[in-house]
Design a binder for this molecule. Structure first.
Ligand code: ADP
Length: 176
């Protein structure tokens, strides 16, 4: 059975990688499909995201990487996949993911959405959170693959965030 794991992966986190590794144990082939979504303003280009995923997933022999800019089910049909793989973290994911699963099922009833529950240690983790931490100079080494941590650091040290640092009030000494 072939599973497509669609997403933004901007950038890939250890939470995504965990879902990919577990998916690779369950399915004959997993295709990680990076969405080319013109409505989102990503930090990394699609090409860069593919390279990031490629670098940290070399140990997975039944994994393929690709991009798509169509409906997810249209892409899954093209790849002859029977499953859409998604990860579930907290309750807030559930509403959106269920809506997407129902929508995709209405468009293509032969494709099933399979959810893998996040591993405990990654239940709070998202790409946006990682970008926010990196932007303010925090360490993300425990949240993303090593290659991604390096790229995030490079990215934000080249263009430091605009933070307003309060000016200290220096008491003035009378000159006369
Ligand atoms: P999208 O824009 O499609 O939500 P994301 O890259 O944010 O793309 O997420 C892709 C999929 O990976 C989603 O199903 C999301 O719930 C899942 N996911 C993201 N982070 C984690 C995590 N820490 N643990 C498990 N699943 C996750």
């Amino acid at each position: 059975m072939i599973a497509v794991y669609p997403g933004s992966f901007d950038p890939i986190t250890l939470g995504h990688l965990d879902i990919i590794e577990r998916g690779c144990k369950l399915f004959e082939k997993v295709v990680v499909a990076v969405a080319r979504n013109p409505n989102k303003a990503p930090l990394f280009t699609v090409q860069r995201r593919l390279e990031q995923i490629q670098t940290c997933s070399q140990h997975l022999v039944n994994l393929e990487l690709d991009t798509f800019d169509t409906l997810t089910v249209t892409y899954a049909q093209k790849r002859k996949a029977q499953v859409l793989l998604r990860g579930l973290r907290v309750l807030s994911d559930f509403e959106y993911e269920l809506q997407m699963a129902h929508t995709n099922h209405s468009l293509s009833p032969q494709i099933e959405t399979v959810f893998l529950a996040t591993s405990n240690e990654y239940s709070f983790l998202s790409s946006s959170l990682v970008k926010e931490i990196a932007k303010f100079g925090g360490s993300v080494a425990h949240l993303v693959p090593k290659n991604v941590a390096i790229e995030l650091e490079e990215c934000f040290t080249k263009t430091p965030p605009l933070v307003s640092i309060p000016t200290p009030i220096v008491p003035t000494t009378p000159t006369d």
